[in-house]
Design a protein around this ligand. Structure first.
Ligand code: NZQ
Ligand code: ZN
Length: 388
């Protein structure tokens, strides 16, 4: 195993059907003013809002309501939330929602007391916070991004045509996260399967790099096998607790920094997907699904041994009498068949992308060097065209 690394994850997790019971204890660790950040109202419809408000009130907290965090949170909403947190001298930001709400909460936590423009400082220049950071706690309601146990914060700036992920250090990870699989039962099927593909893609982005024998890759293969099995159950019966709980746990481990240990990591599918998101505001997991097959075929030869291993260890493809390329191709065919089975989007047209948009999307795509092949802008255009 190559690489030198530090592994430290400061997020405390509470998992299971009774995990919300631990919120009251956690609240004792923070001051009296709690900013409750949430999205467009799903938590009011499914009862999570009432349950959380009740616990906050019993704990004697002053509640600052911060509603309307949109999917793919915008820089304008970030500025608004940062102002609100500062004006109210907030002691804890409690994010209740999916990746968008938790990402946004981390942005607010690091921006409220920052004298510089956070978009410039964190998202464009990639700097670390140098001001007071407000602690974040999270209650996850939609599975996929891993935001519940990492420092990722993705913010969209539509005016600039950019969707940028800042990965903050452990100081901005949620201090605690409550993971109750039953809270995800009301997620619409489209969002649910987009989340499933997001998980697969996170694992692959880290798995598809380097050639050394690395313990982390075996963990990745186990997580993929669990995801494939449970996703097949969940698409047929979204209220299957066993499947939904396994998927929730897999998603957290897929992107809580463990799988990048000792790995250079790829992330190019995310770069292209985020550029698509910046121009369409499409659902994150679907932007990844739509471009993945074209991308993986494009890099297949450059990363052939790993694609062979993926086919054999994850999909059980038998190798006798076949060339490495055939085995690798069969692995990708199995991946595509699974994507069709769970029902993700396989074409960019379905997300509102038109041929005229392709050059601008390519311009918004960051080109990374950690994977098996570093793309050029022309190759991104090729992949986008093939994904239409
Ligand atoms: O806004 P509400 O009303 O809550 O509805 C949401 C939203 O419409 C709904 N939803 C969530 N939980 C629900 C529910 N509906 C019914 N019942 C529930 N229990 O689902 C919709 C999508 O929610 P959102 O938070 O946008 O989804 P997701 O968790 O996929 O987050 C996407 C964002 O995370 C970023 C993405 O780029 C995107 O901006 N990512 C963050 C990462 C990170 N922090 O490391 C990594 C990822 O790769 C990703 O880029
Ligand atoms: Zn993702």
């Amino acid at each position: 195993m190559n690489g030198n690394f530090k592994y430290w994850n400061p997020t405390k997790l509470y998992f299971g059907e009774n995990s919300l019971n631990y919120l009251a204890d956690e609240l004792k660790n923070y001051g009296p003013v709690v900013m409750l950040s949430y999205g467009g109202g799903s938590i009011k419809r499914n009862g999570i809002y009432d349950a959380v408000i009740d616990i906050l009130k019993k704990a004697g907290k002053t509640i600052i309501e911060d509603a309307g965090v949109m999917p793919n949170p915008t820089v304008e909403k970030l500025y608004e939330g940062a102002r609100m947190a500062r004006e109210n001298n907030v002691d804890l930001i409690l994010a209740v929602g999916g990746g968008s709400t938790i990402d946004y909460a981390k942005g607010v936590s690091t921006s409220a007391w920052c004298e510089e423009d956070p978009w410039q400082k964190y998202y464009l220049r990639g700097e670390e916070a140098t001001c007071k950071v407000i602690p974040v706690g999270s209650i996850l309601t939609m599975v996929g991004t891993g935001s519940e146990m990492n420092g990722g914060s993705v913010i969209t700036n539509h005016a600039e045509g950019l969707k940028v992920g800042k990965v903050f250090g452990p100081y901005a990870f949620p201090k605690f996260t409550i993971l109750n699989p039953t809270f995800t039962y009301t997620v619409p099927q489209y969002q649910m399967v987009a989340g499933f593909y997001d998980i697969m893609c996170h694992i692959l982005e880290q798995y598809l790099s380097d050639d050394d024998d690395n313990t982390t890759d075996y963990i990745a293969e186990g997580l993929m096998q669990s995801l494939i099995r449970s996703s097949r159950v969940a698409v047929k019966n979204p209220r299957d607790y066993e499947a939904r709980s396994n998927i929730m746990w897999t998603a957290t481990w897929a992107l809580n920094t463990l799988l990048k240990m000792g790995k250079s990591t790829d992330w190019e599918v995310h770069m292209i997907g985020q550029a698509v998101g910046a121009h369409t505001n499409a659902t994150h997991g679907m932007t990844l699904a739509a471009v993945s097959m074209a991308y993986y075929h494009h890099i297949l030869d450059a990363g052939l041994p790993k694609f062979v291993r993926f086919a054999q260890n994850v999909w059980g493809i038998h190798g006798e009498g076949k060339s490495d390329r055939q085995i690798a191709e069969e692995g990708l065919q199995a991946l595509e068949a699974w994507m069709r089975e769970i029902g993700v989007v396989l074409h960019l047209k379905e997300l509102g992308v038109t041929d005229e948009m392709i050059p601008a999307i390519a311009d918004s795509t960051f080109l990374l060097t950690g994977g098996y092949k570093t793309l050029t802008r022309e190759e991104v255009i090729e992949i986008l065209k093939e994904s239409m």
